[in-house]
Design a protein around this ligand. Structure first.
Ligand code: IPE
Ligand code: IPE
Ligand code: MG
Length: 242
């Protein structure tokens, strides 16, 4: 294998961690066991990402549409999140990982908001590597919210409609100060975005794998980076201009 650490990028990797439920079913287990098993690949991928010089890892942990799942499953997911945040905080601090979140955080259960707030505050000073959790995240919600914020500024005379550029919209998204993802990985075999970072992925490279999230790990993460490095990103320009 070539030494991927010697090449540039990707700076920001986003992952749709899908397939926990199917993993559990295939093992004859209940779905929550799949979600539980999904914590280990998070650790492994975070380690691998840091080792490979990635500076931001965004994980799709809960979508706006996931609120429609059975109440027990939703509750179980948030108690796992609280457990994860509590047990991993020490490691995040040790490894100097900054924790951030995107999504409608106000809609999360109190315990999750609390654990998230504490972990974000304790790691806010770290700059080299960011773990960004997408929680109650949906791109359409995010874009509608941005439109609403801009409309309010126009209505109050703070800005005129002509100033609504792509940059102005980007500044109203939860990702305002984050780079767009260079690489997006989706596990679980489906080739769709499921309302994840629709705006931000305009020029992102995609890597889809049938591997179910609990089976994903360092080796396949590195394979995804290899695939990324083999691609030519043209950003709409002609080949010779790249
Ligand atoms: C991803 O696994 C985790 C979340 C969406 C929260 P799923 O729970 O969607 O697992 P599958 O896709 O049903 O196998
Ligand atoms: C996407 O997975 C959301 C997360 C991984 C958090 P879903 O399982 O919700 O997506 P669909 O329903 O297959 O599109
Ligand atoms: Mg799924």
């Amino acid at each position: 294998m070539t030494d991927i650490t010697q090449k540039t990028g990707p700076r920001h990797v986003a992952i749709i961690m899908d397939g926990n439920g199917r993993w559990a079913t295939r093992q004859g287990l209940e779905r929550p066991e799949g979600h539980k098993a999904g914590a280990e690949p998070v650790r492994a991928v975070m380690r691998a990402a840091r080792d490979c010089g990635v500076s931001m890892l965004t994980l799709y942990a809960f979508s706006t549409e996931n609120w429609g799942r059975p109440k027990d499953e939703v509750q179980g997911l948030f108690s796992l999140l609280v457990k994860y945040l509590k047990t991993e905080l020490k490691e995040l601090v040790e490894k100097q990982v900054r924790l951030r979140a995107i999504g409608d955080i106000d809609s999360l259960p109190h315990s999750a908001r609390h654990a998230l707030g504490a972990a974000m505050a304790a790691t806010a000073k770290y700059e080299k590597f960011t773990l960004n959790l997408a929680l109650s995240y949906g791109s359409r919600f995010e874009l509608a919210r941005a439109a609403r914020l801009l409309a309010e500024e126009v209505a109050s005379g703070q800005r005129d409609a002509q100033s609504i550029t792509p940059e102005a919209i980007g500044q109203k998204l939860w990702t305002a100060d984050m780079p767009d993802p260079d690489l997006l990985i989706r596990t679980g075999g489906d080739m769709r975005l499921s309302n994840f970072l629709l705006w931000q992925c305009a020029y992102t490279e995609f890597y889809f794998t049938p591997t179910l999230w609990p089976d994903f790990g360092e080796a396949e993460f590195k394979a995804a980076l290899e695939s990324f490095h083999s691609r030519e990103r043209r950003f709409g320009l002609a080949e010779a201009q790249g």
